[in-house]
Design a binder for this molecule. Structure first.
Ligand SMILES: [Zn+2]
Length: 499
């Protein structure tokens, strides 16, 4: 059926048609680098990473632009509070965000423009808006004239007359809803020269200028958190359609507007200003980064997601189940290369009913219906992601493959097992969760040596048990556990893995 995406402006799930064949331009509003990243920032960024990987898997080339807002009221006030410079704070926090994104496997943007690196483009855009009568200087700032743009409110589905005043309280506005394109300099703050006096750009303006520069006046997908629909994206759209796209054929800034639901704690939005945010570094003290990634991707991107220790524990168990299957299957098969060689990943596998299959044409039809193959599981997975990134169904396909694979987890079924582990890894790869390629255990070359050491410990434990010294046997097991080594007894023998 091909990819379909929900578009906030048209409020519909629509077939995805790129502007240019085989290429997709995506602009995602990036962080304001005022303080350390929290888990909510990752939740907003991850669906676009999934989308990007799925587009690439589907044969598209993707240009993903994610900006950094490195000048802003909060950056200025936080720098003042910390006794550091705006530039130093912004640099440090930009690096912290890059590190946090990288920690959970988010691919770096194709282009990562910084607001302060695009002041000339912003001044040019403001000039175009002033010249066309959409903006005016007042009180040292420059304001966008909301009542001149008839389509204002179309993205957030509000009637202009019902809108609240914009956030800026400065004087000089003709209409309380008008918003700042350029903010007049205040004493002691960083500023740039402009035709309207010294100042700095408004937040909304930055994104219009940078998206226009790197993706053009109309591009495919514009994304961000749900809380950006209004005013941020409404204002970006107004600026772009009246300024960047003036005189062009464009009637929309982005053909699809995608918004990610909020991350909540105790039912309220996780936010720095509300004091209920969990820093990424704190979350990563509790769970491994791939588990955090799994957890934050496990709800549909348009839903809100509750962040609690219980929910995190459930995700840990679910992720472990997948990872354990992949590890066990590859142990049995002798490694990923062997699995690939063995498994055409589309070999038919009856869904556990082979032995009981009755005779006759009718029974055959029943059997065919119940036949589950890796290829069919992949088709379910693809259909789910094509349906506005329906991760619930996509994860069901992954767990379906894991369940089928676990049923044939032995040497005797190695061809079928290879089919299931291969398709599982292929699906995990789209989620950025393949344990081998995307999350290789650090120091994999140490594995043979560790295998030997673990075997010695297990032999000592067996010897202790044999002579009736259960205290010593228990002690060995608990010391292995304390060292982060989990021992599993399986029909295929003992295995160990890192906790
Ligand atoms: Zn933006």
């Amino acid at each position: 059926m091909g990819l379909h995406l929900y578009d906030t402006r048209s409020r519909r799930v629509r077939p995805f048609e790129p502007l240019r064949p085989a290429h997709v331009g995506v602009y995602v509003c990036g962080p304001t680098v005022q303080s350390a990243p929290h888990v909510g920032h990752l939740r907003t960024a991850l669906p676009f990473d999934l989308l990007r990987r799925w587009l690439v898997q589907s044969g598209y080339e993707v240009t993903l632009v994610q900006n950094v807002t490195d000048i802003d009221d909060k950056i200025i006030s936080n720098a003042g509070r910390d006794g550091t410079s705006v530039w130093e704070l912004a640099t440090r926090q930009t690096r912290a965000f890059d590190d946090a994104y990288r920690a959970v496997g988010i691919l770096p943007p194709t282009i990562q423009p910084r607001a302060t690196g695009h002041i000339p483009e912003m001044i040019a855009l403001i000039s175009a808006l002033v010249d066309a009568g959409y903006a005016y200087p007042g009180g040292g700032s420059v304001w966008f004239r909301v009542d001149r743009f008839a389509d204002y409110g179309a993205l957030s589905h509000q009637r202009p007359e019902a809108m609240l005043p914009s956030a800026e309280a400065e004087s000089g506005k003709l209409d309380p809803r008008d918003f700042a394109l350029w903010k007049g300099a205040r004493p002691g703050e960083p500023y740039w020269e402009s035709p309207w006096g010294d100042g700095r750009p408004g937040w909304h303006l930055e994104c219009s200028a940078m998206a226009g520069k790197y993706l053009g006046s109309t591009f495919d997908i514009h994304g961000g958190g749900l809380d950006l629909v209004f005013p941020h994206h409404e204002n970006e759209r107004a600026q772009t359609l009246c300024g960047v796209a003036a005189g062009a054929e464009a009637d929309e800034m982005a053909r699809y507007w995608m918004h990610v639901g909020l991350l909540t704690t105790g039912g309220t939005k996780m936010s720095k200003s509300l004091g209920n945010s969990v820093f990424v570094s704190d979350a990563l003290d509790l769970v491994r980064p791939q588990v955090l990634r799994y957890h934050l991707l496990s709800a549909h991107y348009r839903s809100s997601l509750e962040y609690t220790p219980e929910a995190l524990a459930e995700s840990t168990a679910a992720h472990d189940r997948i990872e354990t299957f992949v590890r066990n299957a590859l142990d049995i098969l002798g490694g990923p290369g062997e699995a690939a060689a063995l498994g055409a990943d589309d070999g038919p596998v009856a869904a556990g009913r082979k032995a009981a299959r009755p005779a006759g044409a009718q029974a055959e039809a029943v059997a065919a219906e119940s036949e589950v193959t890796p290829a069919r599981m992949w088709a379910d997975f693809a259909a789910a992601l094509d349906d506005d990134l329906s991760v619930g169904r996509a994860l069901a396909a992954i767990f379906g493959a894991v369940g089928q694979g676990n049923q044939v987890l032995s040497k005797a079924h190695s061809r079928q097992l290879a089919g299931w582990v291969n398709v599982t890894r292929r699906m995990l790869g789209v989620f950025g969760l393949d344990p081998l390629e995307q999350w290789p255990t650090a120091g994999a070359e140490l594995r043979p040596a560790l295998d030997g050491v673990v075997q010695i410990a297990l032999d000592l434990r067996a010897a202790a048990r044999a002579r009736g010294d259960y205290a010593e046997a228990d002690s060995i097991r608990s010391r292995l556990k304390a060292a982060g080594l989990i021992i599993e007894d399986t029909p295929e023998g003992r295995r160990w893995h890192l906790a």
